[in-house]
Design a protein around this ligand. Structure first.
Ligand code: HEM
Length: 448
């Protein structure tokens, strides 16, 4: 056998300890640990306690996993755990089942629809800002998550739930988010222990399911069709004329909320933080917003004119991206020099790729102009993938960038948010990377 075709085990990351593997660096500083792995190899073995997992650090090989050889992989362990509450959501299924679901949900994310949702997103941002007063401290991370939840819920259901149901729904969805992330990490046996947390989680599932089911049943009544995402899900038919069952629709609704709220909320929060820390960026952003909007509220049509705002968002998505996404091999797979066994957990990290100095000069620097056309063209394909790639690429990418742009335009054309402290905010690696404890103070913009 020639050395090129030989079966090779990938190198193991340094720092593994007997019995616990790489748990310590994963708990202490997961983002630095993941980012460090590209110096070890293109595919690197890490041990999550006794479970081996393989981190792919080379953009071309990540592309193979997600795009060209995606038939060799299925969604991994985290998705398996998430399916307990996401059910058969588009994000947790693979293969034919996934393709069918994806085709059925796609119309709800069509560009023409998002143009319609833009007004709903603007209302959510305007309602949030209307309550802010100069000098007020805002817990930015939670405020942006709240606004993102309001925006996605309003795009899904163009209906008045009533204040009680609306508050109940909100609370149960937030309990579900946090419980689900915890459950991907804890042993399955823990879920059966009668703790108050487990009780709250089970109750939250019952409440969220009940509210969604009742809404679906109302919409199924003739004459109740609306112009929202839920109506599009109800009307969707594939080539065989099959639609989605009520249970499948509920699973997609929960999936959109789970996948679309904290990711979008955290990105808006990070953008506000970076804008406040970079006065030259803030100045250019204000100039663009004043020139394009001239004091009026932002609309879908304005988005293509907000080019600098778009670069600020791309750079925020590069610097503060999802940090850990899993796949599992369906058979033995050759990846570069490495051969992975069937059933191996494979990890790709948009965060680590997007902080790799091989592809981004001074990767920790916030520099929106690296997204100017001529500079962006020099980046290798697949190094910037905040929304993933291939068949599972984020179906909500345009929805998210529209919502982020509208929110920044509403906030920054009227107000400035200032950090109280000059110290950098720690990045917390949860389902996405969060600005932990980001509190900012509202200031009016002089002359606006
Ligand atoms: C800044 C905001 C967002 C980021 C960074 C983001 C990121 C991602 C990434 C990386 C994936 C691929 C996961 C994988 O490879 O398995 C994904 C999938 C997905 N996202 Fe997003 N997302 C965002 C916003 C949204 C929004 C607003 C929605 C919906 C309203 C959404 C819905 C989904 C769904 C349903 C999937 C699964 C797609 C599939 O498996 O076919 N996301 N997202």
């Amino acid at each position: 056998m020639s050395p090129r075709t030989e079966t090779l085990s990938p190198p193991t990351a340094p720092g593994s300890l007997p019995g616990i593997g790489h748990i310590l660096p994963l708990l202490r500083d997961p983002l630095s640990f993941m980012t460090s792995l590209s110096t070890v190899g293109d595919v690197v073995r890490i041990d999550v306690a006794r479970m081996p997992a393989y981190v792919v650090t080379d953009p071309e090989l990540v592309r193979r996993v997600l795009v060209t050889s995606d038939h060799d992989f299925t969604q991994g362990r985290v998705y398996e755990k998430l399916s307990q509450f996401l059910g058969e959501g588009v994000g947790t299924t693979s293969g034919r089942k996934h393709r069918k679901l994806r085709r059925l949900i796609q119309p709800a994310f069509h560009r023409d629809r998002i143009a319609e949702y833009a007004d709903t997103m603007r209302t959510a941002a305007e309602n949030m800002v209307a309550d802010w007063r100069p000098g007020q401290e805002i817990a930015v991370d939670s405020a942006m998550n709240d606004m993102a939840l309001t925006a996605v819920t309003a795009c899904l259901f163009d209906t008045e739930m009533g204040p009680r149901a609306s508050a109940e729904f909100r609370e149960s969805i937030l309990t579900l988010f946090h419980g689900a992330v915890l459950r991907t990490l804890l042993p399955t046996a823990w879920e059966k222990v009668p703790t108050p947390g487990n009780h709250r989680y089970r109750r939250a599932i019952t409440v969220a399911n009940r509210i969604i089911d009742e809404t679906i049943s109302t919409y199924r009544t003739p004459g109740h069709e609306r112009d929202d995402m839920l109506s599009l899900l109800l009307a969707a038919r594939d080539d065989d004329g099959d639609g989605l069952t009520d249970k499948q629709i509920r699973d997609q609704v929960i999936t959109f909320l789970f996948a679309g709220v904290e990711t979008t909320g955290a990105t808006i929060a990070w953008a506000l933080y970076e804008i406040a820390r970079h006065p030259a960026v803030e100045k250019q952003l204000h100039e663009e917003l004043d020139r394009v909007l001239a004091g009026r509220p932002p609309t879908w049509k304005d988005l293509c004119e907000l080019r600098y705002t778009s670069r600020v968002i791309s750079e925020t998505l590069r610097l503060h991206a999802p940090w850990l996404i899993l796949r599992r091999t369906l058979r033995e797979v050759r990846l570069g020099e490495a051969t992975l066994p069937e059933g191996a957990e494979v990890i790709y990290s948009p965060y680590a790729l997007q902080h790799d100095p091989r592809f981004f000069t001074a990767p920790s620097r916030f520099d929106p102009d690296r997204w100017l056309d001529d500079r962006a063209a020099t980046q290798p394909r697949g190094a910037h993938i905040p929304f993933g790639a291939g068949v599972h690429k984020c179906v909500g990418d345009v929805f998210a960038t529209t919502e982020i742009t509208i929110a920044l335009a509403v906030i920054c054309s009227r107000l400035r948010l200032r950090s109280r402290s000059l110290r950098p905010i720690p990045e917390v690696a949860a389902a996405t990377t969060h600005p932990k404890g980001l509190t900012m103070v509202v200031e009016p913009r002089i002359g606006v």
